[in-house]
Design a protein around this ligand. Structure first.
Ligand SMILES: NC(=O)C1=CN([C@@H]2O[C@H](COP(=O)(O)OP(=O)(O)OC[C@H]3O[C@@H](n4cnc5c(N)ncnc54)[C@H](OP(=O)(O)O)[C@@H]3O)[C@@H](O)[C@H]2O)[C@@H](O)CC1
Ligand SMILES: Nc1ncnc2c1ncn2[C@@H]1O[C@H](COP(=O)(O)OP(=O)(O)O)[C@@H](O)[C@H]1O
Ligand SMILES: [K+]
Length: 493
């Protein structure tokens, strides 16, 4: 499946470009409806179907699918929101194909149309959803849920907004969603993703060059985006050529930096130094035999460690304790030519204002806030998670990774990805520290900020899925070798 995600506006441009290139809208609609019918035939045994059509082109796709399923002998009932006479353009053409047979009435959109149905095709609203569902459309959607009927959604479950996956009013929980040409953000962002069920992407004959001309800026995260630049060890390499990560460790919450350091090593950093309060050296050293544990009694000692340019990537925040001392270390790291990750307590330390960071950050730095930390640093920004992460990246000049079940990585230049492979088992203490460690380990090996953030988020999700239920954060670095072996074998390309 293609990785690009098109906004509703970009999809509209793709449709228009296809028509300008000589593919009529009716042909696109016939192919869309045929893809819906084919998906129903492939997934379900023949059964009575209720096709719910809306007043626009999403409804048009429904008319086509209804006709094709009826031609295959399925018992089909079709109900329309509004009057047939009010349909326009391609949808009017599609409706005429259904009504051409006198035994195929167009029913009013009332719950009775569901009686006897073994499948619902939801073709009420797609790209054109403009307001919350109310009235008969909302009644039908609620009733479909109450009856527990299987649902095949056309383009998106009606009520789910294409650009951000938000639910306007209500939306059915689909078993299968058939979308066209490219997926939309709603298919990967929550809650939309959870309402789509399985997503089938259908080719409706929009020419190949159209996507290149649109140059979309959003992708589903996966190895196809960054795998070619993954920093695999080279035969002639040695530990000094694989980067040296410097992790700042705290006095009390020592687990966070230890988890991060171990993840950085597993990600392939040649060396990891962990700078810790002197009284904790033994504790850190005993649990991290492969890391270099050095005492850093104060900020000056930490800066002395930073001064060695071989320590090329820095992680600050996990378990550090928020405050002036951490803020000073962050600014010291940013004053040098390094890459790095800012996480956890850093966001609280700069909650008073972004300026000191924004003045010094660049795109070899990655910020990894969860929603609460994000709001603390950037304020409550409007829009979807994609919008907010993009705005934050633009505001601070660094790569922003907004954590969650649908983690977004955004670059200041507007590129963004959504990560979809993370299981809910990752919602456990310390899991974010591992993510930060993975990213700093990749940065140390020379990956750029956007690639390292995307690769780190994806590896984190894969590692989480490999372990599954019962996962604790310590498991994640240990799951990495198997994930990397599969990645290297090209199994996920
Ligand atoms: N373009 C193409 O070539 C192709 C497009 N394709 C298909 O077209 C779909 C997009 O079609 P579309 O643009 O006509 O929008 P659609 O989703 O049918 O809704 C618009 C209508 O719904 C109405 N309406 C909206 N919200 C409402 C609400 N809450 N409650 C009540 N009414 C509401 C809205 O009314 P208005 O806002 O104008 O008042 C308008 O009448 C796309 O998802 C795909 O399935 C495929 O065939 C492939 C080729
Ligand atoms: N429901 C979920 N599904 C998938 N991943 C999740 C979910 N909840 C949290 N995560 C992931 O788990 C990690 C938690 O990080 P964080 O909130 O910083 O926790 P901690 O500070 O305890 O390490 C993030 O990578 C986040 O994306
Ligand atoms: K729909």
């Amino acid at each position: 499946m293609a990785d690009e995600l098109l906004t509703v506006a970009e999809m509209g441009r793709a449709d228009r470009a296809a028509m300008a290139a000589g593919v009529p809208g009716t042909v696109l609609m016939e192919r869309a409806g045929a893809a819906v019918a084919a998906a129903a035939l492939a997934r379900w045994s023949p059964r009575p179907v209720a096709v719910l059509c809306g007043p626009g082109n999403n409804g048009g796709d429904g008319f086509v699918a209804a006709r094709l399923l009826a031609e295959r002998g399925w018992p089909v009932r079709l109900a329309l929101l509004g009057e047939v006479g009010a349909l326009r353009g391609d949808a009017a053409w599609a409706a005429s194909g259904w009504t051409a047979a006198p035994e195929r009435p167009v029913e009013r959109l009332e719950t009775g149309v569901l009686d006897g149905a073994g499948l619902v095709i939801d073709a009420l609203f797609g790209a054109g959803l403009s307001r919350p569902l109310t009235g008969p459309a909302a009644d039908l959607v609620m009733e479909v849920g109450r009856r527990g009927l299987p649902v095949l959604a056309v383009d998106v479950p009606s009520g789910v907004r294409g650009d951000d996956g938000a639910v306007l009013g209500c939306a059915p929980r689909a078993d299968l969603t058939v979308t066209f040409h490219r997926r939309k953000p709603a298919h990967v962002l929550l809650p939309g993703r959870l309402l789509c069920g399985e997503v089938v992407l259908a080719d409706i004959g929009i020419p190949d060059g159209v996507v290149e001309a649109i140059a979309p800026r959003t992708w589903e995260n996966g190895p196809r985006l960054w795998g070619a630049r993954y920093p695999w060890p080279r035969p002639e390499g040695h530990k000094y050529s694989r980067g040296h990560a410097l992790v700042s460790g705290g006095a009390v919450m020592t687990g966070a930096a230890r988890l991060a350091a171990r993840a950085a090593l597993r990600a392939g950093a040649g060396l990891v130094t962990i700078a810790v309060p002197p009284e904790t050296v033994t504790l850190y050293a005993l649990s991290l035999p492969s890391a270099i544990v050095l005492p850093a009694p104060d900020g000056a000692a930490f800066e002395a460690l930073l001064d060695d340019p071989r320590r090329n990537a820095v992680l600050l925040g996990p378990g550090a304790g928020a405050g002036e001392a951490l803020a000073t270390r962050v600014l010291a790291a940013l004053a040098r030519d390094r890459s790095g990750v800012l996480d956890a307590d850093v966001f609280t330390s700069f909650a008073g204002g972004l300026e000191p960071l924004a003045l010094r950050l660049h795109d070899r730095w990655v910020l990894t806030p969860h929603d609460g930390e994000f709001d603390r640093l950037f304020g409550p920004l409007p829009g979807s998670r994609l919008d907010r992460a993009r705005a934050a990246a633009r505001a601070c000049g660094a790569v922003v990774l907004l954590k969650g079940a649908d983690t977004v990585v955004a670059h200041p230049d507007g590129r963004a990805t959504v990560t979809t492979n993370a299981p809910p088992d990752l919602a456990t203490a310390g899991s974010g520290d591992v993510l930060a460690g993975l990213i700093v380990g990749l940065l140390a090996q020379g990956m750029d900020g956007f690639d390292a953030a995307c690769a780190g988020a994806w590896l984190h999700g894969e590692a989480g899925s490999t372990v599954g239920p019962g996962l604790i954060a310590e498991d994640l670095p240990e799951a990495l070798p198997a994930v990397l072996r599969r990645l290297k074998a090209g199994a996920d390309a």
